[in-house]
Design a protein around this ligand. Structure first.
Ligand code: 5AD
Ligand code: SF4
Length: 471
């Protein structure tokens, strides 16, 4: 058991809430309610973190705006996984010099994984002088105190301690919707895949206590949430650091036993830790969505070894067979990296073979992006940009063909779907999800939001299904 996980005390969180109250009192004399703009890049964990930032801001008395120029406080929650996201953040932060020039009292805060990279924090310090507050994921729970210090003393604050990470319970949460909710079950990652920055910026794996997770799920079910996603970088290692003898398969069964009519989703699973015990639990739990997102990254064993993934292609394929034996209609999705340093085009073709063998419903595909400080960034990378782009295109074309075929097979079926979005699109004003997570567009009464409807699938494209109410 890992004894080092620090749990932030209730008194510490109460102290943060005192800072919220002090900021609220400071803002009270303002002629209008102060406004905050919160922008989120990257993964669902970041979305969940932003819900906590919004929760704190709500306690401070802030309303929310989508307009940077109208905001008194701007918070940008950043992602470091690939360079493209980083460039977008830097571009958008650069543009905020204009809003700040118009409103010099505007407070600009940057947080999230990118801020935990020393070279990025240094760049912000030197070249983005309009940014007031920079803080990393480890100190998110101290956001009220940091904002209070900015508001009372001005001057800039950089708070990005490099630590294994802690667990803070009891932060206020302001969720975006009323249908879908994220529940973090663990934080951090111990896997050190050689291309990935996450373990360096989010610290070591640490699990929330089962009773804290279960009481959050109970509350969400009582509040009427219908789609609950359990989050962690590697949910399959849940519980390894806890004194209780628990694992993720056990947790799934416990969450499944919470009363209510809701679906349970989870991400992300690592193939090295996915077990038949997990598949048994998925098959046995009626609330667990028939969907597994199981990133395989590459189909060649040498490349998988160089990525430090800890499994072979055969092991991965065996997992898929074991899962399909239990849940034949399981929806499968995966992540793939094309152009890992040293991956030859021949090795890349092993990835295509896995696609043909598994026939995923959908894929998230990425071109390798070197991350400073990771081992892969130091490897020789002889394949040209053009060759990588060509391989990437072959991958996308193959998957699109498979997705289109799999989607077409839904046509004519009638499925129970959860209506989760009211859209502006006049052709089909509602979006729903099948239990397996496939998107269905249809037209209907917006009051259906948050309810289950039986939809007859009438059409399909690569990305979406089209349907109509069956009764
Ligand atoms: N370059 C490209 N893709 C990456 N991912 C993680 N790190 C990198 C990187 N350096 C992808 C992986 C992971 C997903 C969340 O992002 O496929 O599963
Ligand atoms: Fe990154 Fe690998 Fe951890 Fe996923 S399992 S967050 S890819 S190091």
């Amino acid at each position: 058991m890992n004894q080092t996980t620090t749990r932030i005390s209730g008194e510490e969180i109460a102290r943060q809430k005192d800072f919220c109250a002090q900021i609220k009192a400071m803002n009270a004399p303002l002629p209008a309610r102060p406004l905050a703009f919160v922008d989120t890049y990257g993964c669902q964990q970041n979305e969940a973190d932003s819900e906590r930032i919004r929760g704190y801001l709500t306690e401070m008395g802030y309303g929310f705006t989508q307009d940077e120029a109208a905001a008194d406080v701007i918070v940008i929650n950043t992602c470091a996984v690939r360079e493209h996201a980083e460039q977008r953040v830097l571009g958008n932060v650069g543009a905020l010099t204009h809003t700040k020039r118009k409103n010099p009292n505007q407070i600009i805060c940057l947080c999230g994984c990118m801020m935990q990279e020393p070279h990025v924090a240094e760049k912000i310090r030197q070249s983005f002088r309009h940014v007031d507050l920079v803080f990393g994921p480890h100190v998110l729970w101290r956001f009220p105190e940091l904002l209070w210090r900015i508001q009372t003393r001005r001057g800039r604050i950089f708070e990005t301690p490099d630590e294994p990470g802690s667990i803070a319970e009891g932060l206020p949460v302001r969720r975006e919707g009323t249908v879908k909710a994220w529940v973090s079950i663990m934080y951090g990652c111990n896997n050190f895949c050689s291309y990935c920055i996450v373990p360096y910026v989010r610290g070591r794996e640490r699990s929330r206590r089962p009773e804290d997770i279960l009481s959050e799920v109970r509350e969400l079910a009582r509040a009427g949430y219908k789609d609950i996603t359990l989050l962690g970088q590697n949910v399959n290692s849940y519980g390894k650091d806890l004194p209780e003898d628990v694992d993720f398969a056990w947790l799934l069964r416990e969450v499944n036993a919470v009363p209510g009519d809701f679906l349970i989703r989870f991400m992300t699973s690592h193939p090295k830790d996915a077990s038949e015990r997990l598949f048994d639990a998925m098959a046995a739990c009626e609330k667990v969505a028939p969907h597994l997102h199981l990133p395989f990254q590459a189909g060649n064993d040498r490349v998988l070894r160089a990525m430090n993934r800890g499994y072979t292609r055969e092991h991965y394929l065996g997992l898929i067979r074991a899962l399909r034996a239990r849940i034949p209609d399981i929806v499968l999705t995966s992540d793939i990296i094309v152009g890992f340093p040293g991956e030859t085009t021949e090795e890349f073709e092993d990835t295509l073979k896995v696609l043909k063998e598994v026939r995923f419903d959908a894929l998230f595909t990425f071109i390798y992006s070197p991350r400073e400080g990771t081992p892969a960034a130091r490897l020789p990378d002889p394949l040209s940009r053009e060759e990588k782009a060509a391989n990437f295109q072959r991958l996308v074309d193959l998957q699109n063909a498979i997705s289109a075929e799999k989607q077409a097979a839904y046509v004519g079926k009638t499925l129970r779907c959860l209506v989760d979005v009211v859209s502006e699109d006049p052709r089909h004003n509602l979006n729903a999800r099948t239990a397996g997570g496939r998107l269905v567009h249809f037209s209907g009464d917006p009051a259906l939001l948050g309810s289950y409807v039986r939809l007859k699938i009438t059409g399909a494209s690569t990305w979406a299904l089209f349907g109509e109410p069956a009764d």
